[in-house]
Design a binder for this molecule. Structure first.
Ligand code: ATP
Ligand code: MG
Length: 402
């Protein structure tokens, strides 16, 4: 038994009214990129579903790729049968047998888009149902909640049979929602925040603050590796802006009372990120902030930090529990990288007792005695911008062949 095609269901895209075609085009592009190493496939998209026609390519490998694509609600591998009921009976039996385990129940759901077919949907359901019951001992019918739902679709060219529904990644297709800057530390949270933002269709560019010699090259490599994971998820490249932050941090340490240095550091990071955002024509900033985790993330702290900009700050993790964040980090394969032990620029100058309830007026006042703007402009000017491709090592090896 060989699968002929995979039927893809859009889920939420189908509720997007006039934007629907745009969403479908974006999804088609994501599928095309994710399946770029399967040259024989063909993608057929219509208003309410998409097919990946396999043309002999490996179904299991393709299914694995599809589970990561945003904008897909679920999908089903299907086999193709000629419009001849005896052949359909045989193919149905092969398919259900491949899914059958002792005690499982089933039903048949036929649908005809080609009404000229010799049997009605009821007749197809009964004919195939009887055939399966006769040939698979132990199989039982359950119309309400079957383990196996054999879907039979009668179309113009052939009949398609499927019985597996595999959940997709959900969300909206990559790039369907504009661009935002992700503040990417080496921690567990911010890559997960980036993932969740991408899941809603946002394109992201990452910004990382780096304070040599206090933070090592290893810490930078860690962020590059995290960005590479995000690039794999995005199905394209990710732009990473590395901001030299040492001078700003030193100025903060000299100018601002110790218990306010953290608040001020966050404010400067946000100001710099916002400048880069303007240059890159993005419309929002994403952080991995999560209410109450640490001193910088109390609501008072967010209020004092957020003061430096009107740009929307998206905090996808704001109300999540740490355990749930870790589960996602594990699923998207960033946890192991985040757990590497290198210092982050925020951990090196951590004050002994940071204010958990900083006052906006106070931090404004402390910062007013010194003109941070030139240092901020210098940091923005000296940003190192790199493009990170998914699985870069592989593609370099590949390039070397030529
Ligand atoms: P994370 O696990 O993402 O590091 P965290 O729980 O350690 O988060 P903080 O260190 O307070 O929390 O950071 C809060 C957010 O600020 C991060 O999620 C990230 O978006 C941003 N951030 C912190 N440090 C950096 C950095 N060095 N470069 C870029 N963004 C940063
Ligand atoms: Mg952190």
């Amino acid at each position: 038994m060989e699968y002929d095609r995979i039927l893809i269901r859009y889920g939420e895209i189908s509720t997007k009214g006039r934007n629907r075609n745009k969403f479908i085009d974006k999804l088609r592009k994501s599928v095309r990129i994710a399946l770029r190493n399967f040259p024989e496939i063909k993608i057929e998209a219509s208003r309410d579903r998409m097919y990946v026609v396999l043309n002999g390519e490996n179904a299991r490998e393709i299914i694995e790729k599809l589970t990561h694509i945003f904008g897909i609600q679920s999908f089903s591998p299907a086999i193709k049968a000629a419009k001849e009921i005896e052949l359909v009976k045989q193919s149905s039996l092969d398919l259900v047998q491949s899914q059958y385990k002792d005690g499982k129940t089933f039903k048949v759901t036929a649908k005809r888009s080609d009404k000229t077919f010799e049997l009605t949907t009821d007749e197809i359901n009964h004919t195939l149902g009887d055939h399966l019951l006769q040939n698979i001992p132990g199989l039982k019918v359950n119309v309400k909640n079957p383990d196996i739902n054999l879907r039979v679709e009668v179309r113009k060219d052939a009949i398609y049979l499927s019985c597996e529904t595999i959940p997709g990644a959900g969300g909206l297709p990559a790039g369907s929602g504009g661009k935002a800057m992700l503040m990417l530390s080496g921690g567990i949270d911010s890559p997960v925040a980036g993932y969740l933002a991408m899941r809603r269709g946002l394109d992201i560019e990452a910004v990382h603050f780096f304070s040599p010699p206090f933070t090592s090259e290893r810490a930078k490599d860690k962020v590059i590796d995290l960005s590479r994971k995000l690039a794999e998820i995005a199905g394209g490249s990710i732009t990473l802006h590395i901001v030299p932050f040492t001078e700003v941090q030193q100025a903060i340490r000299e100018q601002v009372p110790e218990n306010y240095t953290m608040t001020s550091t966050r404010r400067m990071m946000l100001r710099i990120t916002d400048e880069i955002r303007k240059n890159r024509e993005a419309l929002a900033i994403i952080t991995g902030e999560n209410l109450g985790q640490v001193a910088s993330q109390t609501i008072e702290s967010m209020y004092a930090i957020n003061d430096v900009t009107n740009t929307p700050i998206l905090r996808p993790l704001i109300s999540m529990d740490k355990n749930d964040i870790i589960k996602i980090a594990d699923k998207i394969d960033t946890l192991e990288i985040s757990n590497r032990p290198y210092e982050d620029c925020c951990t090196i100058f951590v004050p002994a007792s940071p204010k958990t309830k900083p006052k906006r007026e106070k931090v404004r006042q402390y910062e007013s005695y010194f003109d941070f703007e030139p240092l901020i402009q210098k940091a923005v000017h000296d940003v190192e911008t790199i493009t990170i491709k998914p699985g870069e090592e592989l593609s370099q090896e590949f390039d070397d062949l030529f």
